[in-house]
Design a binder for this molecule. Structure first.
Ligand code: DC
Length: 225
């Protein structure tokens, strides 16, 4: 199969909108591959911390992005000889990733790596610019929204379940800051494109969101027969 004819479901949305869990479940239901593009920005931020590269050093950061020695194995993310899947999920790493992601050269360096996930029989890719930049020809484009209050509560519960001591006010502030940075940057900002379909998950459960995406995808497939 020609790579460009492999179907992609592209899902963009703000921090803590639940797109990671939803996208993963959609990929499992369809037997498709899965790309969590945010993990790549998180990895660049992690390596920068380990190697002392400053977050203002675009060239240094893009060099890291170009040379990431990463292997994804199910839930594990191997960076060299270490599984960093948990370390990169911290709030601190997410914040640093959001800063790293503002640089054009970093984004360019990660482009081919993201497109390489497009493998038969299909791909579900989630992030901020999946619909606009990485997979503009995706079969289905979704903008997954949830109110900032709902996202704060979801993140709070998630962290409490992991045993992390957190303050709900600081999570709210953190999410607001990341929303502002991810949506206002000049390169590939998070925004809903005119060809994306909108899903508000504020009042939806994860399984309802998954079903809604599967329904829209089935509809598209039926039209294309
Ligand atoms: O989805 P996430 O929270 O793991 O992403 C971490 C940061 O990476 C996010 O704040 C913005 C950035 N990011 C991006 O700019 N483009 C993407 N496609 C994915 C993530």
């Amino acid at each position: 199969m020609d790579k460009n004819s492999v179907p992609v479901i592209a899902i963009d949305g703000p921090s803590a909108s639940g797109k990671g869990t939803v996208a993963k479940q959609v990929s499992e239901k369809l037997g498709f591959h899965y790309l969590d593009s945010g993990s790549l920005y998180r990895l660049v931020a992690l390596v920068a911390t380990h190697t002392g590269v400053h977050l203002s050093d675009e060239k240094g950061l893009s060099n890291i992005a170009q040379n990431l020695n990463v292997t994804f194995k199910g839930k594990e993310i191997w960076l060299g000889g270490e599984d960093v899947a948990d370390i990169i999920r911290t709030e601190k790493c997410g914040n640093r990733a959001s800063k790293v992601a503002t640089y054009l050269q970093v984004r360019k360096a990660l482009l081919d790596r993201q497109r390489a996930f497009r493998q038969s029989p299909g791909l579900v890719a989630e992030g901020r610019d999946m619909c606009s930049v990485v997979f503009p020809d995706a079969a289905l484009k979704i903008f997954l929204f949830a109110s900032v209050e709902t996202r704060t509560e979801r993140r709070y519960k998630q962290l409490m379940e992991k045993g992390v001591d957190v303050n709900i006010e600081s999570i709210l502030q953190d999410i607001r800051e990341r929303d502002a940075r991810d949506s206002s940057r000049s390169v590939a900002p998070l925004k809903q494109g005119i060809d994306s379909s909108f899903i508000d998950t504020t009042l939806l459960s994860i399984s309802e969101s998954v079903s809604e995406i599967l329904r829209r995808y089935t509809e598209i497939c039926a039209k294309n027969i």
